[in-house]
Design a protein around this ligand. Sequence first.
Ligand code: PLP
Ligand code: TYF
Length: 396
Amino acid sequence: LFAAVEMAPRDPILGLNEQFNADTNPAKVNLGVGVYTDANGKLPLLACVKAAEAQLVEAARARGYLPIDGIAAYDKAVQALVFGEGSPLLAEGRVATVQAIGGTGGLKLGADFLKKLNPTAKVLISDPSWENHRALFTNAGFTVDTYPYYDADKQGVNFDGMLAALNSAAAGTVVVLHACCHNPTGYDILPAQWEQVIAAVKARGLVAFLDMAYQGFGDGIQEDGAVIGQFVAAGIDFFVSTSFSKSFSLYGERVGGLSVVCASKDETARVLSQLKITIRTNYSNPPTHGAQIVATVLTTPALRAQWEEELAGMRNRIKKMRGAFVEQLKAAGVTRDFSFITTQRGMFSYSGLTKPQMERLRNEFGVYGVDSGRICVAALNEHNIGYVTQSIAKVI
Ligand code: PLP
Ligand code: TYF
């Protein structure tokens, strides 16, 4: 039966993790996978999460099936976070939100629904993008192409190229956009540039799919979510996937969501009914634990305040590491200007290091990043940053 089955390639990033775990170098540092670790290099368990979990254990409840679209209070909290508490859109009942298995699950639900809606549409992702975007939309049956994004010479975004690609895309094309903290480059576009993207989406009749996996990791919860308000103000229908993997440090609980902005309450009800079919025919209904934690934190004022503080702590620590990284590279004798690293946002930096340099870092120094030159700055700390910058100095 399986004689002709070919070996599938490993996920380039998760595969690095396996290699890192097998490495016996005591000085090894993992800057590969996008996971935030604290000042001591540990994956944090947020205090707000611990407190919410204690509450949930205290009031231990039986585990019935959840509704197909998830915990109602959770979906509502996701909407308030993404669209803003007082958004008229919510009052008008124009957003269909479902609980999803992580941000990935939100993307996949949206992809499956879009495939039914418009089977011949093409999908455009940024060049480069999170590798799973291509795989996920391809697997959902779409032809996936790219729009220009990273400009290596400029150390920034090739915005003219991006806009030109959108302005020549066929009507109905699905455009996957990173709402903030672009993975892998760390370069985001500015609000005025978003306006131009929105104008192109509107003029060409494109379908915007915003992937928001890092809300709160860039400049703040509101600041990072502002782009959503820009899309809403433009009066277009669009998709947003949400992930709480990073912002709650709940990677393994798989907590996310999908929100679809519709033109009317009636449309929303019909869209929701279709999303529910997609869920039902894939995994029936979502799991309880992670979403219960997130809903509890988001809707309990004291826990909410604690979360915002802890999230700010993660965000500010990353920013501090970006600054320290630039300084320590200089101190290690690197003359190339790395100050662009402080203009990048979120967990990642496209460092500009080449594949051979990344390989040397890995093989000679046990410093693991992605071959593209992407490093996870959220895994730098005061204990490993000296070693990392000195190693980089040696391979440059
Ligand atoms: N989208 C982007 C851009 C990501 O970087 C990630 C990272 O994990 C995801 C989606 C997936 O998030 P999750 O782990 O919640 O599925
Ligand atoms: O880009 C990253 O490192 C994170 C984690 O298939 C990740 O988004 C990487 C690969 C993958 C799933 C998650």
